[in-house]
Design a protein around this ligand. Structure first.
Ligand code: PMP
Length: 369
């Protein structure tokens, strides 16, 4: 082998080992999963040009929509399953059971196919047919169940837990309170952001569903920056965490709702609890602001992204304004608009939410359905 070629291939191998280690923690190449698992992570960091120019700051989005399952939850799905394998909770041929309305189930279904597990998903029967179809196409067994509140024992999460308990060689992945979710972001998303910004990150801000992304990235960036990087939490309407943080820890009842999916929370999950005392600030972002940003991201950046992402970007702009010119703010671009387009790009649906008229005239042309 030519010495230069040999050096190149060595370099490539060490880069591969490095990136893989980032994806799966400390387990190394010996446990490399096939296909899907290796394709998750190392997503680009996108410079949002127009918003950066408007604010005089650097507004950056971590392109989680580029993961092969289409969302930020691919990382949590891998992290949770690998943790269960390390603890010996699941053996080859076992069954993974989860209660989820969307992205986590899709991530888990992919991981299960790539590792040979059976995947069983319990979801509220209010979810779109597209999501049910997609999960089934990915080989999952889907149980749509009546949509009842968390406090009700028939809630989809509790049904998933109870069903897993009846099976041999099965786990309930418990994304909300299983901190392997946070760990996945601590080991992968956080370090990637630190490297991609070369440590020049003044703040990270995002909304929370389970809280895994915020807590994992937050913990990593706090450690690496010696506490300097600020971590902000953004709530949609109907979520209680902004009120919780600004009242010094009082949990209020959930009131109101949002067009955003996958985010908003009525309690401090175990994932969030690992970090909530270190959160620097919080905000609530209205659906009006989120929907306008969703269209603006398409119009000026060419990015077709979901509503939780739009909310995150609005929050990044607001944090940038608080921190002042020249600051660097990172947020998560959680998933694409494809899973929600029949709603977010439908005039009738937007009107039913009283959101069509508030879209600026030059952006209305995108609401084509
Ligand atoms: N955005 C979308 C579209 C999601 O599906 C989720 C996960 N439910 C989130 C954001 C929030 O991520 P996390 O669970 O890590 O808080």
């Amino acid at each position: 082998l030519h010495p230069f070629r040999a050096m190149l291939s060595l370099l490539r191998a060490s880069r591969l080992a490095h990136s893989y280690q980032l994806q799966v923690g400390k387990r190394g190449l010996a446990s490399a999963g096939p296909g899907f698992v290796n394709a998750v992570g190392n997503t680009p960091l996108i410079y949002l040009k127009t918003l950066s120019e408007q604010t005089g700051c650097h507004i950056l989005g971590k392109a989680e929509f580029q993961n092969p399952g289409g969302s930020v939850k691919d990382r949590a799905a891998i992290g949770i399953i690998q943790d269960a394998e390390e603890k010996g909770l699941i053996q080859p041929g076992g069954t993974v059971v989860e209660g989820t309305a969307g992205n986590t189930g899709i991530g888990l279904a992919h991981v299960c196919r790539s590792k040979g597990y059976k995947c069983v998903i319990f979801m509220p029967n209010t979810q779109s047919q597209e999501k049910i179809d997609l999960l089934r196409m990915l080989g999952a067994e889907v149980h749509p169940v009546p949509a009842v509140p968390y406090e009700n024992p028939h809630n989809y999460n509790h049904q998933a837990r109870d069903y897993a308990a009846t099976l041999h060689n099965a786990i309930w992945t418990d994304q909300f309170d299983n901190t392997a979710n946070t760990r996945a972001h601590y080991l992968t998303t956080g370090p990637e952001i630190w490297e991609q910004t070369q440590g020049k990150v003044d703040a990270f801000v995002c909304a929370t569903g389970t809280g895994g992304t915020l807590a994992g990235v937050g913990k990593c960036l706090k450690e690496k920056s010696g506490g300097k990087a600020q971590i902000w939490l953004a709530d949609p309407p109907g979520s209680v965490l902004h009120a919780y943080l600004s009242s010094g820890g009082k949990l209020v009842e959930r009131k109101g709702s949002s067009i955003t999916e996958g985010i908003g929370q009525g309690r401090v999950t175990d994932n969030l609890a690992t970090f909530i005392n270190d959160v620097d600030g919080s905000l609530t972002i209205s659906d009006e602001k989120s929907i306008v940003m969703l269209y603006q991201l398409l119009d000026t950046e060419g990015l077709y992204l979901g509503a939780s992402t739009a909310l995150n970007v609005v929050a990044a702009v607001e944090v940038a304004q608080k921190l002042g010119k020249g600051s660097t703010i990172v947020t998560a671009l959680c998933d694409g608009a494809y899973r929600y387009q029949s709603r977010l790009f439908s005039k009738q649906w937007l009107r039913s939410k009283e959101l069509y008229d508030i879209i600026p005239d030059h952006l209305k042309k995108y609401a084509v359905l």
